[in-house]
Design a protein around this ligand. Structure first.
Ligand code: SF4
Length: 365
């Protein structure tokens, strides 16, 4: 287990659950991390209840429209071409194939369809192809989401005009730890893409990965950076590293599960109206750990049996866990301007249907 740092050096800030702050200091965030575990979960639960029904969990799926062969060197990623992980590179799916997947997702109750491609950034010639997918999916009455890597302002505008509602682009880790994980682009590149996305009026999905050998201080740094963005991301995926043989982070020290829960709780407190999502790494979590995460304010999961190259819990297990905990999928509603429900799978639907099995890119592009 990775070590956690010593005792708090500052008092945890007094919370106003209705406040949306963008000026969190590192000391404040660190003081929240350092709270006694029951106190931290209590505070996170209070904040959660201000905006959300804690019995509701948003359930989302993504479709990988282009897998593997990525030129980047993200140390956790099996889709990087330079690592020998057994992931086969595929070409961009045809629009027809994507539409068929979207149709199946809609038939299963989806309201949003997310498309992911393992690119450093899309080439300009790719944009019309993806735009066509977006327009077709949008015409079906679905919300649209994409994760395609870095975007220029022009590309963001083109995707927006095609009907794209949400864009996923993660920060991955704290600014001071970033260069130990990724060397082929800078944190500022990510911030620039997020800026382009916001500037054209799209909503953002942005989070990070923990368990990559970072310290508690650095986990605080990731969340501080996310919370101090000009707008809180609408969705904040908190990924727990899935170690894949062949990647540089295979064999990294395992993160204490309670430290993962603390990260979720602090994310909930800092970004009170965002969806805090359990994403990659959920398959390896016990039911008890997932339940603690829900207590800590997580209210979104990826649902399906594959996270592209890493597993995701069987839908049957998810359904059973929801039933045991008295949870239900969040219905499609808007709560204010920053909270949106994503794909809501029918919990009583057919778990063998393809929409339940759609792949979810772990790309944190
Ligand atoms: S995380 Fe995304 S950008 Fe990084 S190597 Fe993987 S596919 Fe490429």
């Amino acid at each position: 287990m990775s070590a956690v740092s010593a005792a708090p050096s500052a008092s945890a800030p007094t919370l106003d659950p209705s406040a949306l702050r963008h000026d969190w200091s590192r000391a404040e965030v660190r003081a929240l991390f350092d709270l006694p575990f029951p106190e931290l979960l209590h505070r996170a639960g209070q904040v959660h209840r201000e905006t959300f029904d804690p019995a509701e969990i948003q359930v989302s799926t993504l479709l990988s429209i282009k897998t593997g062969g990525c030129p980047e060197d993200c140390g956790y990623c099996p889709q990087a071409a330079r690592y020998h992980t057994g992931v086969e590179a595929t070409k961009l799916m045809s629009t027809e194939a994507v539409i068929e997947k979207a149709r199946q997702a809609k038939a299963a109750g989806a309201s949003r369809f997310c498309m992911g491609a393992a690119w450093r950034s899309p080439k300009d010639r790719d944009i019309p192809k993806v735009a066509a997918m977006i327009t077709e999916v949008k015409a079906m009455g679905l919300e649209t989401c994409a994760t395609l890597g870095m975007l220029s302002g022009t590309q963001a505008q083109a995707l927006r005009e095609a009907g794209l509602d949400y864009y996923n682009h993660n920060l991955d880790t704290a600014p001071e730890f970033y260069n130990q994980i990724i060397h082929t682009r800078e944190m500022q590149d990510r911030l620039d893409t997020l800026s382009h996305v916001r500037d054209v009026g799209m909503k953002t999905c942005c989070g990070g990965i923990v368990g990559m050998g970072e310290s508690r201080e650095q986990r605080a740094g990731l969340l501080q950076t996310l919370a101090n963005l000009p707008a809180h991301p609408d969705s904040v995926p908190i990924n727990r590293l899935v170690q894949v043989e062949g990647t540089p982070l295979a064999g990294a020290e395992q993160l204490d599960p309670f430290e993962f829960v603390r990260t979720v709780a602090v994310a909930r407190i800092l970004m009170p109206r965002s969806m805090v999502r359990l994403s990659a790494g959920r398959e390896a979590m016990s039911d008890e750990l997932q339940a603690l995460c829900f207590l800590a304010g997580a209210n979104s999961i990826f649902y399906g049996e594959k996270l592209l190259t890493t597993g995701n819990p069987d839908t049957e297990r998810d359904m059973a866990l929801f039933a045991r905990l008295g949870l239900r999928p969040m219905q499609v509603t808007q709560q204010g301007t920053t909270v949106h429900a994503e794909i809501v799978e029918q919990i009583d639907g057919d778990p063998s249907s393809s929409s339940f099995r759609s792949a979810t890119p772990t790309c944190a592009a």
